[in-house]
Design a protein around this ligand. Structure first.
Ligand SMILES: [Zn+2]
Length: 457
């Protein structure tokens, strides 16, 4: 527990720097109402935090499954998941907030990224782990994220973001532009329309997390050289394929100065602390054996996704069929195969691919969403509705999911339920063919006044 009252002078002005005076005033008012100021466990300074520790844990617990879905779900590799969890816990135990209920997972995104949510929920992507060569590199990234949690960075930032209700307009725009009949709506399925965005840390916060991260990893018995290696790996990637690092860069700005500081800091440790054995290559190789096996299939999937976005469906189908033959247990690859088959007009193979994905990973939003649309296209409305209801449970309130559930209701003669779904869609999306469809039906059925369609809901 670290709740005490902080004086207004302790509030760092930079924290509210992106908002207007009104939002600053609003934050202060809410802070006063909630009365939650916190002492930073690292600096021992008091600072404005709108979250008490229990609120922080609760918020992290609620956001974690949603962020995991946004990052393409969990990598289905129990050995690797347990391994990352154990490395993370070892690091968290030597940190400044060992009592937090830390959790670590590997999400299936091909991007190179890692992020921490309030309360110590930390994710690293398959893309990043599959670029690494030893446990110390993995430990450095996890320790850096633990450093953010220890210094209360996510709590302060998410508070601001959640209150500001940041909407990812890119996802919304893509959805409005998508054709409701086509495969592009399936391809957009992973771009959830959501107010979840990744934390953007300041340079000072990055420096602090780097410093804490290296301290923790050395305390946990790793060579600090792993930290330098991981940074160099990210810098190389930034030069060669800047696109893959976009999310990482937007949340953890990576600069030459950070890399130089890390090397200088690592060089100050004793030769014994920097012994090559402390990079722990062996355990890492053992635990990433399955990941190495599926890596080429995922590389094919990434190439196929480019073809998909250019509507080059037969090429995408070819690559994805190859990829599923190489790695037949990866639900995400089957899901993209389903989208590609749909684009190529192959309704039945599309359904089979989607059903395979659902069977392999029943709680993957993208798989359920795709299976829902593909079943609808095969006129299997009850089956479609079942998948969409599960999708809506995994990530609630997505307009494209509600829209297709509405179409299932409409196709089976449940007009009231269909109308309710279309009405919900119009509350979230006002433009594009999906919204036009909903408006037209509601007017036609007498639920909306055609002369004042925009005001009637
Ligand atoms: Zn960071």
């Amino acid at each position: 527990m670290f709740r005490i009252c902080c004086s207004r002078g302790a509030v760092r002005p930079a924290r509210a720097g992106t908002g207007s005076w009104r939002s600053v005033a609003g934050l202060l008012l809410i802070a006063a109402l909630l009365g939650s100021c916190a002492v930073n466990p690292v600096t021992h300074e008091s600072q404005l935090s709108l979250l008490s520790e229990s609120q922080e844990v609760r918020m992290g617990g609620e956001l974690y499954p949603l962020y995991t879905q946004m990052s393409e779900g969990l990598l289905q590799d129990d050995l690797l998941q347990r391994y990352v969890q154990s490395v993370g816990r070892r690091l968290a135990a030597v940190g400044h907030r060992p009592e937090m209920p830390y959790e670590f997972n590997v999400v299936n995104s091909s991007e190179l990224n890692a992020y921490a949510l309030p309360g110590g929920k930390i994710s690293i992507t398959r893309g990043l782990v599959s670029r690494m060569q030893n446990e110390a590199q993995l430990a450095s990234v996890l320790a850096h994220e633990i450093g953010h949690v220890a210094a209360l960075h996510p709590s302060a930032g998410y508070t601001r973001q959640v209150l500001a209700q940041v909407i990812t307009t890119a996802g919304l725009a893509a959805l409005q532009a998508a054709n409701i009949q086509g495969a592009d709506l399936i391809a957009q399925g992973g771009q959830l329309v959501t107010n979840l965005t990744l934390m953007k840390y300041s340079r000072d916060q990055e420096r602090e997390a780097d410093e804490l991260g290296m301290e923790y990893m050395v305390k946990a018995g790793y060579s600090p050289q792993g930290f330098v290696q991981a940074m160099q790996l990210l810098m190389d990637e930034k030069r060669q394929r800047p696109g893959a690092l976009e999310a990482f860069m937007s949340s953890h700005p990576l600069t030459d100065e950070r890399v130089a500081t890390a090397s200088q800091r690592a060089a100050q440790y004793s030769p014994a602390q920097r012994a090559p054995a402390l990079l722990k290559q062996g355990p890492f190789e053992q635990s990433t054996r399955q990941l190495k096996q599926v890596k080429p299939a995922y590389q094919q999937m990434d190439q196929a996704r480019k073809q998909l976005s250019e509507k080059n469906y037969p090429a995408a189908v070819g690559m994805l069929r190859n990829a599923t033959a190489q790695a037949p247990k990866e639900a995400l690859i089957w899901t993209f195969l389903s989208a590609a088959e749909t684009g190529a007009g192959q309704k039945r193979p599309a359904l089979e691919a989607a059903e395979t994905a659902v069977r392999l990973y029943p709680d993957l939003f993208r798989a359920r969403y795709t299976a829902g649309i593909v079943a609808f296209q095969n006129e299997l409305y009850d089956q479609s509705l079942g998948h969409l209801q599960t999708a809506n449970r995994l990530v609630p309130g997505q307009p494209q999911v509600i829209f297709h559930a509405g179409r299932d209701y409409e196709a089976t003669g449940h007009r009231d339920q269909a109308a309710r779904a279309y009405y919900q869609v119009l509350q979230k999306v006002q433009q594009g063919s999906m919204a036009a469809y909903c408006r037209e039906r509601l007017v036609q059925w007498g639920y909306l006044n055609p002369r004042r369609p925009r005001r009637a809901y």
